[in-house]
Design a binder for this molecule. Structure first.
Ligand SMILES: NC(=O)c1ccc[n+]([C@@H]2O[C@H](COP(=O)([O-])OP(=O)(O)OC[C@H]3O[C@@H](n4cnc5c(N)ncnc54)[C@H](O)[C@@H]3O)[C@@H](O)[C@H]2O)c1
Length: 265
């Protein structure tokens, strides 16, 4: 992993940091010498993820749909580490019944996947400005493609991508950069649950959508986030960095050769 000297001694808040991806990210920040605050409703996962970071880790049980819970989390983070430099919004909901999605499900999913992160950014505006901080939001390849049976999740991710551009413009005069990462299929709790913890099966199903022929490991998403927080990305703001193994670069033909198939008969 690249070393970013400017990250050492700073503090990252990871909303949704109890996920496999979030926990890898927490460890990656800690290895750069950062303090890490994990804000999540998953007490067991969040506690374990913070423990892996040793003294640099702090878990605060936080429901991002509650403003008072967010305030309490920020207070705990400041009490322990003095202030927050980086906000990383990993939190998501996979609630989605496609065309049949009920209104309350739409609203709940957007509250978790979009509004929670927006509230965090708003509440941290002055602090991030004072500390020359940065924000990284989690978008997805799903923000850019129609996917069968999915309405809510892709809409949330597209909204996150747009919010990133809007936030970047608003935060730029404050010296705060705002970007997003857009992962492709990544080994994660949802993939584990859907496949019965069968990584080979997920690679067989999802691999063809990615140029390397496999899905990503959680640790393969972290480098992009560290880079976007670091001074190495000092002139990068308002963008979405695809960490997708070429998913979005490929078209419906994927890696097949239809011309050869036509010629061959
Ligand atoms: N897994 C993938 O293949 C994939 C692909 C592209 C993008 N992403 C994005 O990566 C990020 C992580 O994905 P994942 O699959 O690991 O997600 P996940 O479902 O495993 O994790 C979601 C996290 O959000 C937390 N959470 C849910 N509701 C919350 C609330 N109200 N308050 C606080 N925390 C709450 C959960 O406890 C969990 O830790 C997401 O933003 C997702 O959209 C994932």
């Amino acid at each position: 992993m690249a070393r970013y000297e400017d990250l050492a001694g700073r503090t990252a808040l990871l909303a949704g940091g109890a996920t496999l991806i979030g926990a890898e990210l927490a460890l990656a920040f800690a290895r750069q010498g950062c303090n890490v605050v994990i804000a999540d409703i998953d007490v067991a996962g969040g506690t374990a993820a913070a423990a892996r970071c040793g003294d640099a880790g702090l878990f605060v049980e936080t429901d991002v749909t509650s403003d008072s819970a967010i305030d309490a989390c920020l207070a705990a983070a400041r009490a322990r580490f003095g202030g927050i430099d980086f906000l990383v919004n990993v939190t998501t909901s996979y609630l989605d019944d496609g065309l049949d999605t009920a209104r309350e499900t739409w609203l709940r999913a957007f509250d978790i996947g979009l509004v929670g992160g927006a509230m965090l950014a708003s509440k941290l505006r002055d602090e991030l400005a004072a500390r020359a901080g940065a924000i990284v939001n989690f978008s997805s390849v799903s923000a850019h493609r129609a996917q069968a049976g999915r309405f809510v999740y892709p809409a949330i991710k597209a909204a996150v991508a747009q919010l990133t551009r809007s936030q970047a413009l608003e935060f730029a005069p404050l010296g705060v950069r705002v970007n997003a990462v857009a992962p492709g299929w990544t080994w994660s709790n949802v993939m584990k649950a859907l496949s019965g913890d069968d990584r080979g099966k997920v690679d067989r199903v999802g691999g063809p959508f990615h140029m390397p022929g496999r899905i990503a490991d959680p640790g393969e998403i972290t480098g992009a986030v560290l880079f976007l927080c670091s001074d190495a990305a000092g002139f990068i703001t308002g963008t979405e960095l695809a960490v997708d193994g070429g998913y979005l670069a490929m078209g419906p033909e994927q890696a097949t050769s239809p011309i050869a198939a036509l010629v061959g008969g």
